[in-house]
Every structure is written in structure tokens, then in C-alpha cells.
Design a binder for this molecule. Structure first.
Ligand code: NAI
Length: 409
């Protein structure tokens, strides 16, 4: 069980793996000065000793946060993954220890959308193959299979954050936008929903995938889907490597069923820049191959630094767990003039009643109370008068099932 009270000078923040300096700035601007940064992930022993008195941890994808590591981080309050994915963190172990985990799911949305737009323009003009030929000394001056974007139809599969941005940008070029999504989505601009996935495939000049990796999206673009695709279409995948069946794509390219493709994500990607990239697509000049860099821009890195550190600062100052990936989400207002007691406990019947019994027995006046639970954890936040906070706080820690308590002044 952990108990913490907020004193910004004592709160130790560890930011690893070369997280963008924008993150450190957010902490410092808010008065946090006990910040350790490292350009890379730390070796295990060093990581454990660094975390032994750390309150907040920021990582990217390389640091593995396991249940075992958490045993060496008794004061850890929250973790920020300064990236999109959170697979590197044991989300159940962190939750059971009362540690919310935050990430930045949308900070690179614009970066992906811009890349897709650039690729569709280049592919409609046949630039990739003409450029590759020129590198070999061949001069392919021709307008054959070279098109403007204006008036062409873009089919977006997965009309979420990235899909909608792509749609807006494409419309500004004069493209007609249609989309297919399993959810009912608000159409932005003049976009319209396609009647079906097949209809989208057969009526789009460019098809771009922006779906998550799920059992349903695995090989969504398979041999049958390629048969539905319009002759001479262009295919773009900057979503997940499992979505497009590479063998079927290779076949469609060999048969010249499609004019070209841009692929940023692959079923098997090299683990490092030292490893060779192997793919049957390497032989096709009319395929833009990029090493999963759809979201990799300076702006996205800076945005991620700001987005995640702001979530950590908010949790530290105010207790808000909004958009945490493993924790009951509580969006909390400010608590000016009050003390805020945050109580994280195993979700069992009667804990809230026991908490309120404590307040009642200590004659504490509750000015606001918030409760969020999931199947494992309950999160109760109570705003009370400053005069009575300390005595109630001590008793609250003793309630059976308590995982962690914090008092925010
Ligand atoms: P999002 O969650 O905002 O949107 C995904 C959309 O796909 C949702 O509207 C959802 O309803 C829809 N969808 C889910 N299953 C579907 C199905 N079977 N058929 C049709 N629609 C379906 O996600 P966001 O942020 O737009 O990201 C989209 C993809 O882009 C994700 O796979 C993400 O991992 C990937 N991504 C790739 C990057 C890169 O570097 N290439 C960078 C960032 C994200």
C-alpha cells in the first residue's frame, strides 16, 4: 500500500529513451524540478535503482515494465508511454498496483495523413517508377497512366482519427471522398459513407487503409478484395502490417491490376535499422516502401512529449485519469480551496461506504465526491475542507483493500 502527498520538489520524475524535451518543459513549467532524463533505456539493475524512489516514469517502446520491475518501484504513481503503443507495459500489473498508464494515441495523426496524401499524388503521377528508372539512367517522359488528383475518388477504410484527416486533406485537392467503417461515423466535409466494403473497393481510384489491427482486419485486403478493386487503382496502407495480404498485393502488381501502392507497415518488420528489410515488394518500382515512418516527424515527437507529460502533470496535481489505458477514467474539476483525497482500492462491495463512514466519524465535510470503477479497481476522489484532511487521511489508509492513497493540497 502506498501513500503520497503532493510536494512538487520531492516528486521524482524519470524520463527515459530520449523523450522529446517538450515533456521536461511541461513538468518544469508546472514547478516540477526533480527530473532525471536519459537518452536511452537503462540496463535492468540501473533501471531498478533509479525507480526505487521515482514517482513518475516516462518511457517509449524499449523499456519493458513488468510485474517484477514494479516490485522495485514502490513509489511509482503513474507511467507515461511517450508513444502510441502500450504493449511494453504490463497493464494488469500496473492497474492492480494502482498505477495509471497514459499514452499519446493521436499526436501523430496529422503526420500519417500528410504522408498518405503525398503518396497518393506521387502514385497517381507514376513518380515512384519514373524516379527509380531515372536513377538507373532511363528517361521515361510520358503522360501514360499519369493523373491529377482532382475529381478522383478516394476510398478510406477506417474513418477514425487518421482516416478523417486524410479525407479532409484530400477534399482540399478536389477529390471525392467515400469511406467504410464498422461504426456509424459523422461524415466530415463532403465525404459520404460507401454502401459496403466491396462497393468502396470497386468504385475508388485510390484506397487507403486506416483501421486498427483486429481479427476482422487481418488480411482485409486479400485475394478476393483485390478482385473487387477497380482496374488501375492505387492502394495505400499506413495502418497495420496484417491488414494487406502481401502475396495478393504482389500478384495484383505483377498482373498490373493496380497502378501502384504505398506500404508503410509490414507483417514482419526489421527489429532494428541494422537488420535487412525483406519483402517480395522490393522488386516493384511502382511501390513506395517506407520503414513504418507514417507517424515519425519532429512535430509528432514534440506533440507526444507535450500530450503525455500534460496527462501525468494533471494526474499528479489533480488526480484526473482521463484517457488512461488501464484505469477507471475520472475527469475531475479543479479543487481550489479544498483538499482532495484520492483512494485507489480493490473493487469489492462496501469500500465506498467504509470511506464515507471514516469521513462521517471524523466529522469531515465532503464538498464533492467522484467514483469510477472497473472490474478490478475502484477510484474514489473526495474533496474536503482543509482543516480536517489529515486525520481522515490516516484512517482511510487502513481500510481493507486499499491499494494506494494520495492527498492533493
Ligand atoms: P482510430 O481508432 O481513430 O480509427 C480506426 C477506425 O477504424 C475506427 O473508426 C474504427 O471504427 C474503424 N474500424 C475498426 N475495425 C474496422 C473494420 N473491420 N472495418 C472498417 N473500419 C474499422 O485509429 P487511428 O488513430 O485513425 O489509427 C488508424 C491506424 O493507423 C491504426 O492501426 C494505427 O495503429 C495506425 N497508425 C500507424 C502509424 C504509422 O506510423 N504508420 C502511426 C499512427 C497510427
Amino acid at each position: 500500500m502506498q501513500t503520497e502527498s503532493l510536494d512538487k520538489n520531492k516528486i521524482k520524475i524519470v524520463l527515459l529513451e530520449g523523450i522529446h524535451p517538450s515533456a521536461e518543459k511541461v513538468f518544469r513549467d508546472d514547478g516540477y524540478n526533480n527530473i532525471i532524463t536519459a537518452p536511452k533505456s537503462l540496463p535492468e539493475a540501473e533501471l531498478k535503482s533509479t525507480l526505487s524512489d521515482a514517482h513518475f516514469l516516462g518511457i517509449r517502446s524499449r523499456t519493458q515494465v513488468t510485474a517484477e520491475l514494479l516490485e522495485h518501484a514502490p513509489k511509482l504513481n503513474a507511467i507515461g508511454c511517450f508513444c502510441i503503443g502500450t504493449n511494453q507495459v504490463d497493464l494488469t500489473a500496473t492497474k492492480i498496483k494502482g498505477i495509471p498508464v497514459f499514452n499519446a494515441p493521436f499526436a501523430n495523426t496529422r503526420s500519417v495523413a500528410e504522408l498518405v496524401l503525398a503518396e497518393l499524388i506521387l502514385l497517381l503521377r507514376g513518380v515512384p517508377q519514373k524516379s527509380a528508372a531515372a536513377h538507373r539512367g532511363e528517361w521515361q517522359k510520358s503522360a501514360t497512366n499519369s493523373y491529377e488528383t482532382r475529381g478522383k475518388t478516394l476510398g478510406i477504410v477506417g474513418y477514425g482519427h487518421i482516416g478523417t484527416q486524410v479525407g479532409i486533406l484530400a477534399e482540399s485537392l478536389g477529390m471525392q471522398v467515400q469511406y467504410f467503417d464498422i461504426e456509424n461515423k459523422l461524415a466530415l466535409g463532403n465525404a459520404r459513407p460507401a454502401d459496403s466494403y466491396q462497393q468502396l473497393l470497386s468504385t475508388s481510384d485510390v484506397v487507403s487503409f486506416h483501421v486498427p489491427e483486429t481479427p476482422e482486419t487481418k488480411n482485409m485486403m486479400d485475394k478476393t478484395a483485390f478482385e473487387h478493386l477497380k482496374e488501375g487503382a492505387i492502394l495505400i496502407n499506413a495502418s497495420r502490417g496484417t491488414v494487406v495480404d502481401i502475396e495478393s498485393l504482389s500478384l495484383a502488381l505483377s498482373n498490373q491490376k493496380i497502378l501502384g501502392a504505398a506500404i508503410d507497415v509490414f507483417p514482419n518488420e526489421p527489429k532494428s535499422n541494422q537488420e535487412e528489410f525483406l519483402s517480395p515488394l522490393r522488386e516493384f518500382d511502382n511501390v513506395i516502401l517506407t520503414p513504418h515512418i507514417g507517424g515519425s516527424t519532429k512535430e509528432a515527437q514534440a506533440n507526444i512529449g507535450i500530450e503525455v507529460s500534460e496527462k501525468l502533470v494533471k494526474y499528479s496535481n489533480n488526480g484526473s485519469t482521463l484517457s488512461s489505458v488501464n484505469f477507471p477514467e475520472a475527469a475531475l474539476p479543479s479543487h481550489a480551496g479544498k483538499h482532495r483525497i484520492c483512494h485507489i482500492h480493490k473493487n469489492a462491495p462496501g469500500v465506498l461506504a467504509k470511506i464515507n463512514e471514516v469521513f462521517s466519524s471524523k466529522s469531515v465535510n465532503i464538498s464533492a465526491q467522484y467514483l469510477q470503477t472497473d472490474e478490478a479497481v475502484g477510484y474514489v476522489v473526495t474533496d474536503i475542507d482543509q482543516t480536517s484532511s489529515d486525520k481522515a487521511f490516516e484512517v482511510l489508509r487502513q481500510i481493507p483493500g486499499t491499494i494506494r492513497t494520495r492527498i492533493l493540497y
